[in-house]
Design a protein around this ligand. Structure first.
Ligand code: E4P
Length: 218
């Protein structure tokens, strides 16, 4: 299972990368705005800075919502670095753009996916990744994890190569359930990755080991 970090914060990306378990980064326009990254030149420089930290898989989202605009923006983003995955919204022109990017060998991440029908369209268009948003479904009292399960089954039925990237992951149990179901990737905040470390028996066990060692090694 790949772990992506869902942030545009360079310190958090470095911290996750330094743990040795990071496979990529997802950003979106809201996450870029949160870091105060504005204007075309600064946005592109920031994506490049992210690419310089991690080994691969940096999702950079287009702002255009028409086919021509998405193609222009996506090609520019892809030129920044081989690690860039162009993030395209699940809309009609987006599906068309994903198909064309796929023909051009440019990797895509189809975002804002909330149903298995949308995920089927993304796979048929040749998306590299599909991003179903678990947390936002949970927010409206709809089980996000069931959607992940359905998409995995549908993709398995037809051997689609599109990878299921569980997004809008809010806590460690989301991540663990996605792993149980066989999701290819999760993207989540740093706290969800570091949250996996925690167990009280680990802490008390380590404290005991160190105390016992100290007794015989004064
Ligand atoms: C990542 O690709 C998505 O943009 C992100 O996971 C959305 O997460 P949120 O619902 O917590 O904003």
């Amino acid at each position: 299972m790949k772990f992506f970090i869902d942030t545009a914060n360079l310190d958090e990306i470095r911290e996750a990368y330094d743990m040795g378990v990071l496979d990529g980064v997802t950003t979106n326009p809201s996450l870029m705005a949160k870091e105060g990254i504005t204007g075309d030149a600064k946005i592109k420089a920031h994506y490049k800075a992210i690419c310089d930290i991690v080994d691969n898989n940096v999702s950079a989202e287009v702002i255009a919502t028409d086919y021509e605009g998405m193609m222009k923006e996506g090609r520019e983003l892809a030129k920044l670095d081989d690690k860039i995955v162009v993030k395209i919204p699940m809309i009609k022109d987006g599906v068309k753009a994903i198909k064309q990017f796929s023909a051009e060998g440019i990797r895509t991440n189809c975002t804002l996916v909330f149903s298995s029908g949308q995920a089927l369209l993304a796979a048929k268009a040749g998306a590299s990744y599909v991003s179903p948003f678990i947390g936002r479904l949970d927010d409206i009292s709809t089980d996000g994890l069931t959607l992940i399960e359905d998409i995995i089954r549908i993709y398995d039925n037809y051997a689609y190569e599109t990878e299921v990237l569980a997004a809008s992951v809010r806590h460690t149990m989301h991540l663990i359930e996605c792993a149980n179901m066989g999701a290819d990737v999760v993207t989540c905040p740093l706290k969800v990755i570091t949250g996996l470390l925690k167990h009280p028996l680990t802490d008390s066990g380590l404290a005991q080991f160190l105390a016992d060692h100290k007794k015989g090694n004064q």
